[in-house]
Design a protein around this ligand. Sequence first.
Ligand SMILES: [Zn+2]
Length: 224
Amino acid sequence: MAKIIVYNNDTNRMEVYYRGENENMPYNTGTMKVKEFRGSSRSNILWTDKRTMQAWNSFRYLYGRPVYIGFAFKRTYEGGHGLQSQHYAGTAFDVGQTATNAERARIRSTAVNSGVWSYVEPASLTPTWVHFDRRFGTPACSTGGYPLIRRGSRGNYVLIAQDGLNTLGYRTGGLDGIFGDQTYNATRQYQRKVRACRRWNNRLQHMEIITRICYRYRKNRYNN
Ligand SMILES: [Zn+2]
């Protein structure tokens, strides 16, 4: 049984589901099993949000046939994607690895034309798979990346921050996607330690440094 945390964008609440690997993802209409969303991730906790699942439903309906999903979710400490990747937020998919070039072109054009994805990577960057994601919020800095989060924030980006802080040994009072007092205190403690980015309003750097340090710590510090 995987624990699946879903941010409900409509209610601004975190929802928790327990599903077997062969069951459908929450809010999925029968085209994506837990094991497909997990891909090669070995985590027993997965997360996504409702709109990403709905975007997949729309895309998959328009495409009209099965789509091989190579990778979707990864914990930050598992790596495999760039810093601040949407895969760590559970809002990105790498699909079509087993498809022919013609099929991949159709997957890509369907993804673009569907209008449900925030970003579809051009074929020039990923010729042997198709990456698309449903990212949210305004990037915290002009070069892109995760949005600003602060006390009171909820959602997948808070989960990433909590996961990173926990991995580094800071207590956030759980991995629940809610930026409460304990996550705030953990963030402050972390920021005091990382003197290079003490400014509270520069959260992008904090996230970047958290994810970078997590890569280093992922083997020995992580245990759930
Ligand atoms: Zn990708």
